[in-house]
Design a protein around this ligand. Structure first.
Ligand code: F6R
Length: 247
């Protein structure tokens, strides 16, 4: 299903509430919640609202386990552009999460360690009972996570090469495209697909044409987000601008 909201903030509050409901329901049953998290501009206001719910309405992250979609490779966790830094600044430093429960692909591994790390990342998600909710943004290449065009629907967590457009879009954060890492470690399309609920969010006119392809286009490896059309557990949550090209 596709839900369209009048603006990013309204939509972000809806998504934060969906996450909060799951955390509270599982908490009430004495169960942990496993969240799949994204970085980038798109989820920032979702995280802001979750922080508000924590500070003002007592939402607790003590029993929340998180797995982030991706990290640049190579990347030091304490670098300002790392997704570790992003998650601390935008969420983890402001809520009561136990950092032992936080998982983000490790951008510091030696190449020969990556394969085992990725297999282990998958195993850990499964061992925790799978992702309850996975939130996603969408890149202008049609990527979800860093599953760029050409990614297989059954792909798992792995090292990938970033598309040129993706690196261009990241260039501002790195002071030039030449400084953007060429690779990343990302959950696969298959990893994302196993989540019990998948929420893909998109705001802004800039995303309108890729959103149209993702929602209405033929299913194709050329636009990995189109694979989501095959899942019964997906909701596309859009603002009016991102939805403006839909039929
Ligand atoms: C980030 C991620 C990416 C972004 C996408 C959109 O963890 O996996 O797929 O969601 O590149 O980025 P923004 O939100 O900055 O437009």
């Amino acid at each position: 299903p596709v839900s369209i909201y009048k603006d990013e903030m309204t939509a972000s509050i809806k998504v934060a509430n969906r996450i909060a409901v799951v955390i509270k329901e599982k908490d009430a049953k004495g169960e942990k919640t496993v969240l799949g998290l994204a970085t980038g501009a798109t989820p920032v206001n979702v995280y802001k609202e979750l922080i508000r719910l924590h500070k003002e309405e007592g939402l607790s992250f003590k029993k929340v386990i998180t797995f982030n979609l991706d990290e640049y490779y190579p990347m030091k966790p304490d670098a300002t552009q790392s997704y570790v830094a992003f998650m601390k600044e935008n969420l983890f430093d402001h809520v009561d999460i136990d950092m032992m429960n936080v998982h983000i692909p490790n951008g510091e591994l030696a190449e020969e360690q990556i394969f085992d790390f990725c297999a282990n990342y998958e195993k850990k998600i499964t061992a925790h009972g799978g992702l309850d909710i996975q939130i996603l943004g969408i890149g202008r290449t049609g990527h979800i996570g860093f599953n760029e065009p050409g990614s297989a629907p059954n792909s798992g967590t792995r090292l990938v090469t970033l598309n040129d457009l993706t690196r261009r879009d990241a260039s501002r954060d790195f002071g030039g495209k030449e400084n953007v890492p060429k690779k990343a470690i990302t959950m696969g399309v298959g990893t994302i697909f196993k989540a019990k609920q998948i929420i893909l969010m998109a705001w802004n006119q800039k995303k309108a044409s890729i959103v149209k392809k993702a929602v209405e286009g033929g299913i194709s490896a050329d636009v990995p987000a189109t694979y989501l059309q095959l899942s019964d557990n997906v909701e596309f949550i859009l603002d009016i601008d991102a939805a403006s090209n839909l039929t």
